[in-house]
Write a protein that binds this ligand. Sequence first.
Ligand code: SF4
Ligand code: SF4
Ligand code: FES
Length: 334
Amino acid sequence: MNRHFRVWRGDSSGGDLEDFDVEVNDGEVVLDIIHRLQATQAPDLACRWNCKAGKCGSCSMEINGMPRLGCMTRMSTFTEQETITVTPLRTFPVIRDLVTDVSFNYEKARETPAFAPPAGVAPGQYRMQQVDVERSQEFRKCIECYLCQNTCHVVRDHEENKESFSGPRFFIRAAELDMHPLDDRTDRKQHAQQSQGLGFCNITKCCTEVCPEHIKITDNAIIPMKERVVDRRYDPLVRLGRKIFRRDQLEQPENMAPSTSEGVSGVGAGMTYTSARLPEGPPVGPDGRLEIAELAATTQGGPSPFGEDMEFPLPIERVSYHHPEPETPPRSPS
Ligand code: SF4
Ligand code: SF4
Ligand code: FES
């Protein structure tokens, strides 16, 4: 049966909604319909996607005003008479049609200090309690779809806040590292408050509502981080220190270089801590976008915090985990 779609077409100079009547079959999702439109009526319709399985985070769009993954939005959720309006993410600049420039998020990612390994423990020898693994595991489910970033009113309605606000995706990263028992940085809380703009968040929970991975962004990351900041700020000893020392002797926001080795008490044996990335992130062009070379780079943005000579995946002799010997020899195939 045919259904009515309105799809935003245009680029950074402007655009408008275009009407389409398109065939819809049982079991299809919105991304299927976009593909059918490309195949039958609008071959130049731009749309970003990769996995069609809700795992790559590429197909973020706004469907009837709601930030959603196109590949995870079933057509059966709409009534037969309903017009389905598909628009690009509103918080980020449009490149063309449904494709937006999300480099804001990569810049914020670069500003987040990397995991700081503990002293004297080599990769492969890290040990954590299961409860700690589970706590950060929730945050590791993030597929970087940026629906939460797109939804957060702090940047959605206030472009001027983008410079000083990292957004919910990076608050969960901050929380993950602050809750990590093997992370040696002691300044995650100050970084979240002073550099990431945690204080801008007024806990509306809109980010949590749209997260396709059902990460409890507000309850499990933002609120605990706010509590940790408050704990530190109103700790009686810290308050006493504030009274004794002059303001200029205390923490200064401008001293919060987010990605230096400050705050790291040690590094692994024989290794140098090398995650000293530039606080201002990678170079961007005059249009505020990443350089093409940066986008095409085959390596990660900053050097490995484990040292320059670290090889991944770890060679087996450097891994201290051993599989138990099988009790009986494996059967040979007959
Ligand atoms: S809870 Fe905070 S981070 Fe999430 S959408 Fe609301 S203001 Fe933004
Ligand atoms: S936290 Fe959820 S909504 Fe935000 S980028 Fe990750 S998966 Fe997407
Ligand atoms: S195409 Fe990968 S999440 Fe939708």
